[in-house]
Design a protein around this ligand. Sequence first.
Ligand code: AMP
Ligand code: MG
Length: 405
Amino acid sequence: MSRRPVVEHRSAIAALLRPIAAVDQIDVGDAYGLVTARTATATTALPVFDNSQMDGFAVRAADVAEGVALPVVQRVFAGSAADPLPRGTASAIMTGAPVPQGADAVIPVEESHEVAAGEGSTVTFDARPSVGAFVRRAGSDIAAGEVIVESGTTLAPRHLGALAAAGVAAVSVWRRPDVAIIVTGSELAPPSASLRPGQIYESNSVALAALAASHGAKVVSVAVVGDGPGEFRERLDEATRSADVVLTSGGVSAGEREPVRDLLADSSAGATESWFGALAMQPGGPQGLSRWQGVPVISLPGNPVSVLVSFEVLVRDALRAVAGLPAVAGERCRVVSPTTSPPGKTQFLRGRRAGGDGVPRVEIVGGPGSHLIATAARADVLVEVDAAVTELTPDMEVPLWPLTP
Ligand code: AMP
Ligand code: MG
């Protein structure tokens, strides 16, 4: 049987998902973590107007000399407007309040001596300030119409603050795709249940939901179905009514009662663009792709480690691209302990970083079995071993895939 190369299936998934990318206009308050699809420009200059950096007195610098009393003609607070400053006078001013027209410096209250604070007071200063002292000039941060956030930016709290400050209420972002998860298996029980004979705890749905959510998706539904006839189809019909993508696990190999493959590999049942088969990859050999009601369905195998590996290697970056996120950067590493690898398939071994300056060193964690989920939890990377390589020695540099933290 000829096995599909990993890169080919990876591209097929990317191509299947590409058309679902869409742009939304969204309130800045709801945009944390989303990626801008367009450049955002400042609605206003920042600062919006000349304002005081200190609590103190706004003056004309030239009017100030050591010990000379100036009448205090007004008190300007944040949120109020200021009258122009007559020559030879001072305005009491608070931080963030507008600097009166005519004033060109602010003297901090700590460097002032106000006599009879309030109506009819005067103030003296120790020294003449320099022009511009403690005045935050309008537009000194950004001019109105200037770019405040570039297109393609993952919005961090600092971006949201800057956008709001510049009067930007809504931004254009790549929409998070709505993902539905359906896991299959009549042996599956929730972790809260007590197991009956033959049952195991269901684990793929929680792992997949976390993976999808951490790579730009919004998980809108999670379903666990048995392998009986019709169950999967019913849930798939439901999921494809609202989701942009469906991820399934299990039921894709060559045995009997493979509900995912039985329904979706058979084009007469209604699936389109269907491909089911084996990849030249381990773990994660059996895989499938299709559309159901036009919605992309990515069918991963059932073994828990296969699910992790196939998501990271095949699905992760395609999903990220839909959400406008960049692909996760790959690295290279050296495997410190001698390791053998069977020929003919690309192996993705679980590994753990073990230090190293420059090229990271990695030790292999556990064996190749795709059921070893507890062992896989101790890993933080995947090590890719080419199909042609049967023996890894510490002098070889091989690709490293960071596991989703
Ligand atoms: P399958 O691909 O459906 O034949 O499943 C392969 C192996 O993975 C079997 O041992 C299943 O019991 C196990 N498995 C399938 N789905 C899950 C799941 N959601 N959680 C935990 N184990 C699973
Ligand atoms: Mg199964």
